[in-house]
Design a protein around this ligand. Structure first.
Ligand SMILES: NC(=O)c1ccc[n+]([C@@H]2O[C@H](COP(=O)([O-])OP(=O)(O)OC[C@H]3O[C@@H](n4cnc5c(N)ncnc54)[C@H](OP(=O)(O)O)[C@@H]3O)[C@@H](O)[C@H]2O)c1
Length: 256
């Protein structure tokens, strides 16, 4: 039995991963942005051990959610699933002066990784759209560019790959992998999304709790448990290091 924490799991793929892991006999802790959403999560999955609460668009809440997590027993696996989508109509700046999309999609997984007791396995969520992500790491906060939600999302999903691979290099003993779930009809994906929703959560659950050695490999980008098309820049150790350095500077939190 594995203890697994899943961020952004009041709905969508995060909740689906939680439900599957519970069915498999694992202990699941969910996470929601607010008390009201936590109650929704409890109703949706009453077998969850707990629901941690915090809006992961602010650094204060990232620290608070990490504290809540660290008050519990160390997790065997963490699924960094929280995310905003590609249809954000405008640039929103957080109280920390960051792009909200970047804060939720990139800084929250980084900060929780750095602040939480180190689990045995780490899983991050990317997307096929990372292929269109800008590998320059220039202007991640969209302070110089005119807002483009698709580009901004694609950039964050490339950053998630760099984060997962950077962590895999930094902590070679902790399998750190990244999943492209397909374009599926969750609230984020939209009704017309063409890929199979029934398959979209399976790889995350397998990486979190699967017994076979393949589930414990590290530094992989997977779609349906198989290596998927990857932007070559994502394999660049220098770029991975720059992303980690940037997240450290912005958050003031370093990976141990
Ligand atoms: N669906 C797709 O086609 C697709 C494709 C590629 C990658 N992905 C990735 O898969 C992951 C899950 O996506 P999904 O499709 O399941 O999306 P979703 O249905 O919109 O669910 C996202 C979850 O994140 C939560 N969340 C968003 N902002 C938050 C914040 N500031 N603080 C706390 N929680 C927050 C949402 O909470 P609320 O419900 O309260 O808003 C929701 O529970 C994301 O990382 C996404 O980039 C999805």
């Amino acid at each position: 039995m594995a203890k697994v924490f899943i961020t952004g799991s009041a709905d969508g793929l995060g909740l689906m991963v939680g439900r599957l892991l519970v069915e498999q006999g694992h202990e699941v802790v969910l996470h929601a942005r607010s008390e009201a959403r936590a109650e929704d999560a409890r109703v949706a999955l009453p077998q969850a051990e707990a629901v941690l609460v915090g809006d992961l668009s602010t650094l204060a809440a990232m620290r608070d959610v990490a504290d809540q997590a660290n008050e519990r027993e160390r997790f065997d696996a963490v699924v960094h699933n929280v995310g905003l989508g590609y249809r954000e109509p405008r640039h929103v700046e957080t109280v920390d002066g960051l792009s909200q999309l970047w804060a939720v999609n990139v800084l929250a997984p980084y900060a929780l990784t750095a602040l939480m007791h180190r689990p045995d396995r780490l899983i991050y969520l990317s997307s096929g759209m990372h292929l269109g992500g800008d590998p320059s790491l220039e202007d991640p906060q969209w302070s110089r560019r005119r807002w483009n939600g698709v580009q901004a999302y694609s950039d964050t999903k490339l950053h998630d790959v760099l984060l997962a691979f950077g962590v895999a290099r930094h902590w070679p003993g902790v399998p750190s992998n990244v999943v492209s779930p397909g374009w599926v009809p969750t609230r984020m994906g939209g009704r017309g999304a063409p890929d199979d929703l029934d398959q979209a959560h399976l790889t995350q659950a397998w990486l979190a709790a699967g017994d076979d050695p393949e589930a414990r490999e590290t530094g992989r980008f997977l779609y349906h448990q198989r290596p998927a098309d990857l932007q070559p820049a994502a394999r660049d150790p220098e770029l991975q290091g720059r992303l980690l350095d940037y997240c450290r500077e912005v958050s003031g939190v370093a990976l141990a």
